[in-house]
Design a protein around this ligand. Structure first.
Ligand code: URA
Length: 253
């Protein structure tokens, strides 16, 4: 008989996903005995919980459902997308409003990449958008260090062998050549680490400028660099729709 599948999660994950704080903070609170499970203090953050049965209290109170917050930030270069940086570099949190819940970026942008970042406490949406199987398209503007030929752009479209495997088909459009640089737009349906940079490096060039301009149906629009705004309900609904599995781009798109 097939074993019943129960929704299991670690205690640390449940606390941080409730929008109270980062995973590091969640671990600290658990060690400080501020969290109980079914009436017992639990000090091991890796304790498995059955989300349908176990009752978790934080400081004696149930984990309430927090108001969902969805922010669009135009990230400038020079900011990292993690909560804290051991090297002390500025993080995107310095640009975000002070909200009464823990919000986190949906996926990452490199220090030297600018552009559209969605920041939210809706961990279910984050997981759906960043899940490799949902293939949500992400569009970037790229300036390469050399002029790229049609054949090279076609290689980007067809897929390039990287150290972690071949890339999926991409949509690529040349925007303009200026002097010795090519400016192009690329839409990927996967989000591997430094993917655009590594694809361009595989062609023998380097990325001089990288800006993310769209995630799914959500364009960056006219937001000034370094500024944020709340997403509208329609934009959130559209992002949810984008995050349904089985999107694909054929090379001929
Ligand atoms: N691809 C990259 O190389 N860097 C990013 O920040 C995003 C996509």
């Amino acid at each position: 008989m097939e074993q019943e599948k129960r929704p299991l999660k670690t205690l640390e994950r449940v606390i941080s996903k409730a929008g109270l704080g980062s995973r590091t903070e969640a671990r600290r609170w658990i060690h400080q005995r501020r969290v109980s499970v079914n009436g017992e203090m639990v000090e091991n953050p890796d304790t498995w919980l059955d989300m349908e049965r176990d009752v978790v209290l934080f400081d004696g109170k149930p984990l309430e459902r927090r108001e969902r917050i969805y922010i669009l930030l135009y990230k400038p270069t020079g900011y990292i997308t993690t909560y804290k940086d051991p090297e002390g570099r500025p993080t995107v949190y310095a640009l975000l409003p002070d909200v009464d819940t823990f919000i986190a970026p949906v996926g990452r942008l490199d220090l030297d990449t600018s552009g559209l970042l969605v920041v939210t406490n809706d961990s279910a949406l984050t997981e759906r958008i960043t899940n490799p199987d949902s293939h949500v398209p992400k569009t970037y503007l790229v300036k390469s260090s050399t002029l790229l030929s049609e054949e090279q752009l076609q290689q980007l479209r067809d897929g390039i062998m990287l150290s972690d495997g071949p890339t999926r088909p991409a949509r690529v459009a040349r925007l303009r050549d200026s002097g010795k640089y090519t400016h192009f737009e690329i839409t990927l349906t996967e989000g591997r680490n430094r993917q655009v940079r590594r694809m361009v490096e595989a062609l023998g060039a380097v990325v001089l400028k990288l800006v993310r301009v769209q995630i799914g149906a959500l364009p960056i629009g006219g937001l000034p660099i370094g500024r944020w705004r709340y997403l509208t309900a329609d934009e959130v609904a559209a992002l949810r729709g984008d995050a349904t599995p089985e999107q694909s781009l054929s090379p001929s798109d």
